[in-house]
Every structure is written in structure tokens, then in C-alpha cells.
Design a protein around this ligand. Structure first.
Ligand SMILES: C[S@@+](CC[C@H](N)C(=O)[O-])C[C@H]1O[C@@H](n2cnc3c(N)ncnc32)[C@H](O)[C@@H]1O
Length: 277
């Protein structure tokens, strides 16, 4: 997109309420855009940067509270590991249906969808409404505004073939029962596939009871519950989101992440897991 397109495609997000779910998504988008502008980015999400250039919002105020110079790497490391595993799966199964659950304003579909496959971005209705201001659907790309816990959205999906279920920053907001039911419903519909999801440690819900009114509902020590709840899934890989800290191009930030990575409680607070069926 050139500069003229950016100007003519402006979207007004000034109505987004501070600290709402939509605002959280705007923060994540902003951090990914910021990271794409570092000299040697880890994620390099240039679509996020184009989106931010189009959005009218008080980003100066957001910048002051987010501390992007440090926090951009948390977001970039997590998304880059997701992208790596998503890319590996789609290299093997370009025709797969991708279910990107709790997609927020993430640009993954625009960067990674393969010709011949079908991609569904799913999030709560208000978030999808915002997303629709930025991007359009196509025959192979759809957005669904629904809670993933509502069984009806699944009826809109094709059946059979391979499926890739991607859940970045989502499953911790669901109860164990909701996670189990979601997995049963999706797996019932497909022949094979993978689930890639990050899960918080048991500290997540404990701290959330104190700091965020219990928004985080589920934490796990090792992701083993997933295979107990849905035995068709087999765990194949897992990695702390900070595992790639050596790739951080700025020395002070790299040192900070190295220190966090050295402490097991911090290193394992948010881990990405990969399951196959
Ligand atoms: C931390 S954000 C992550 C967004 C996106 N995956 C990213 O990495 O930028 C969590 C997302 O999960 C979504 N979410 C939370 N509960 C949900 C539910 N029950 N159904 C669908 N989406 C949900 C929120 O609306 C939000 O967009």
C-alpha cells in the first residue's frame, strides 16, 4: 500500500474505550507495528504497521503506557513462534482449513494464508466489527463474530480434511470445561490436524484474581490437561514464548529477557504448545 492509499483508507478508532477488549487488541497491533520498524525485526509484521498508519487514534497516549521499547519483544517472540509452527503445518497441508481463534486484529491471515486453503478469523462480535473496518473477506477468507464457546459458529465451517487450530492468547480466558467442549466440537468435524496454543502457568488465574478481577480462568503446569480432556490430541512440542530471546536485536532488552528466561517461574509463565491429531 502506498502513502496515498494509506491516507484515503483512514479508519476512525477514536471511539475505542480505554482498557476495553478492543483497546487491548489495538495495543497488541501497535506493539507488532512498532517491532516491525526496528532495524532487524524478529516478527516484522509490516501489515500491522500499515494498519496502524491507517487508524486514527491517540497513539501517543497509548505509546506512553505501553513501553514498546521493552514490551514489543514479548509480543514479537510469541507471534514469531506461532508463525513458525503455522508455516510448517501449512507447508505440509496448504489446503488445510485454518481456524484462527481469538484472532483480535492480528494480520496472520493476510501474511500466511495459502492459495487453496480456507482461513477463518474468529473473535467476539465487537472485535470482528473493528477488524472489518481494516480488512475485507474473500472467498477463501472469512471473519466470524462469535464467542468460541457458542456452538453455532462451528456450523458455518466446512467439514473434513485437515484443520489447523491457532489460539494465541485465548485459551486462558476460557474455563477448562469451555476449552474441552471447544476442542471436542472442532475435532469432530475434521479428519486430522494440529492445535497451536499458548497456555499460562497456574500463576495466571491466581494473579488475575488479585489484579484483573479473575479474567484469566485457566492455567496449567504442562499442558497435559488438553490431552486428557481430548484424547485424540497428542502433544508434540512446547516452547516458552521467551525461548528466542537471543534474537532480540537491542542489547539492553536482550539482557532483560535473558534474565527473565533464567528464572523458571517467569520462563514458564506463558508457553506455546503444539498438539496433533
Ligand atoms: C490477548 S487477545 C489476543 C488477540 C490476538 N490473538 C493477538 O495475538 O493479537 C485475546 C483475544 O481473545 C478474544 N477472546 C476472549 N474470549 C473469547 C471468546 N470466548 N470467544 C472468542 N474470542 C475471545 C478477545 O476478544 C481477544 O481478541
Amino acid at each position: 500500500m502506498n502513502e496515498e492509499d494509506v491516507v484515503s483508507n483512514k479508519v476512525d478508532f477514536t471511539g475505542v474505550q480505554w482498557k476495553s477488549v478492543e483497546w487491548t487488541n489495538l495495543c497488541l497491533l501497535y506493539l507488532r507495528a512498532h517491532e516491525s520498524r526496528t532495524p532487524s525485526p524478529i516478527l516484522g509484521d509490516h501489515v500491522a504497521a500499515q494498519d496502524i498508519d491507517r487508524i486514527e487514534y491517540d497513539f501517543e497516549r497509548m505509546h506512553r503506557v505501553l513501553h514498546p521499547d521493552i514490551n514489543q519483544f514479548m509480543v514479537a517472540l510469541r507471534s514469531a513462534q506461532f508463525d513458525a509452527w503455522v508455516g510448517q503445518y501449512l507447508d505440509r497441508h496448504p489446503e488445510a482449513t485454518v481456524l484462527h481463534l481469538g484472532c483480535g486484529l492480528h494480520s496472520r491471515a493476510l501474511r500466511m494464508a495459502r492459495p487453496g486453503g480456507a482461513w477463518f478469523d474468529v473473535d467476539l462480535p465487537n472485535v470482528i466489527a473493528l477488524r472489518r473496518e481494516l480488512h475485507s473477506e474473500s472467498p477463501s477468507y472469512r471473519m466470524i463474530g462469535s464467542s468460541v464457546t457458542d456452538p453455532r459458529w462451528i456450523d458455518e465451517l466446512p467439514t473434513g480434511g485437515p484443520v489447523l487450530i491457532v489460539a494465541e492468547g485465548l485459551l486462558m480466558y476460557l474455563t477448562p470445561r469451555e476449552v474441552a467442549e471447544l476442542l471436542h466440537r472442532v475435532l469432530d468435524r475434521y479428519d486430522s490436524g494440529e492445535l497451536i496454543a499458548d497456555l499460562l502457568s497456574p500463576w495466571g488465574p491466581r494473579m488475575s484474581r488479585v489484579f484483573t478481577r479473575g479474567l484469566i480462568k485457566w492455567g496449567t503446569r504442562d499442558g497435559g490437561e488438553i490431552t486428557r480432556w481430548e484424547p485424540r490430541l497428542t502433544a508434540v512440542d512446547s516452547s516458552p514464548i521467551m525461548a528466542g530471546f537471543q534474537r532480540i536485536p537491542l542489547p539492553r532488552q536482550r539482557l532483560l529477557y535473558r534474565a527473565q528466561h533464567a528464572l523458571p517461574a517467569l520462563r514458564n509463565y506463558d508457553r506455546i504448545y503444539r498438539y496433533t491429531f
